[in-house]
Design a protein around this ligand. Structure first.
Ligand code: HEM
Length: 269
């Protein structure tokens, strides 16, 4: 890595060039440890680099990198152009060590066929959901969880329709939630309530990846609370109560990382 101010200047260039030239959206995130070094006064509390989480025989493997550049756009070619440009711009400052192409599947569906994102907050409410509050030293920035989930679609295909729907706790057609879900259903595991019984929201923008031999979901979630998604993960692996998420029977988290996604203003400052 180069020195901190050089790196930040280069990252700002990446964003400036790509958003105007290629029609591609760019999100840049930093490992909590790197962000602490780059911008110590803007460090969110209660956030560290991802380390392996394990309970009940389920392991969520860490694959924490210093920086994450997320490019997304309607055209695969434009996204690739933008990726090449970002790589060139960052050459000498950062080395590309991992990349994953992904794609929108069906009508915002996971490869299992379930609609993914039904319970996302509406777009006008999303900024408040994903931004750290004014009381945080990193107010306005967002916390991202990036996870590569590898699916066993053959195992899923062998389940009968009723069992499949109970895995998530929603219907495959129409994404309607059941009101009598088993405790292992995904939506039962990831719903976290506040002291008033209100559901705590996150914003998810996950996409499918892979081919015929290996495939799954690139989970991308944003929150304005550094601990909320960690609690969801703990619930999925049954860390506190031993109740695991059915999804973990058919999917394995092969790579996980936390990133601080600063606002443009914080980056430039
Ligand atoms: C194999 C990986 C995963 C798959 C296939 C998956 C799929 C789904 C599906 C199909 C739904 C129901 C529709 C919707 O509201 O979007 C859902 C809901 C949800 N998921 Fe996941 N998910 C995965 C991992 C995760 C992870 C890692 C988290 C959090 C750390 C998470 C958090 C949520 C939340 C908060 C909801 C909304 C629950 C509600 O309010 O009813 N999911 N997911």
């Amino acid at each position: 890595m180069t020195n901190a101010s050089d790196l930040l200047n280069i990252v700002c260039q990446v964003r400036d060039e790509l958003t105007t030239v290629a029609g591609v959206n760019v999100v840049v995130g930093f490992a909590p440890s790197l962000w602490a070094a780059l911008s110590p006064s803007n460090q969110p509390e209660d956030l560290a680099d991802f380390s392996d989480m394990e309970a009940n025989g389920i392991r969520l493997r860490a694959a924490q990198h210093d920086m994450w550049v997320w490019l997304h756009g309607a055209s695969t070619g434009s996204v690739l152009d933008a990726a090449l440009q970002a790589k060139r711009t960052l050459a000498g400052s950062a080395e590309l060590v991992a990349e994953q192409q992904s794609f929108g599947y069906g009508a915002s569906q996971d490869l299992t066929g379930f609609e993914d994102g039904t319970e996302n907050p509406p777009i006008d409410e999303a900024p408040a959901v994903i931004s750290l509050p004014a009381s945080s030293p990193a107010a306005g920035a967002s916390i991202a969880l990036l996870q590569r989930w590898v699916h066993d679609l053959d195992a899923f295909a062998q389940m009968d329709e009723d069992t499949k729907e109970r895995v998530v706790g929603r219907t495959l057609v129409g994404s309607v939630e059941f009101d009598d879900n088993p405790p292992r259903a995904h939506v039962e595991r990831v719903v976290v309530e506040d002291d008033d019984g209100e559901e705590r929201e996150i914003f998810r923008r996950s996409t499918a990846f892979g081919g015929a031999s290996e495939h799954g979901l690139m989970f991308v979630g944003f929150s304005g609370d550094p601990t909320l998604m960690r609690v969801m993960l703990q619930n999925m692996i049954g860390q506190e109560d031993g109740v695991t998420d059915y999804l973990t029977d058919i999917s394995t988290a092969s790579a996980s990382a936390w990133y601080v996604v600063p606002t443009l203003e914080q980056l430039r400052r």
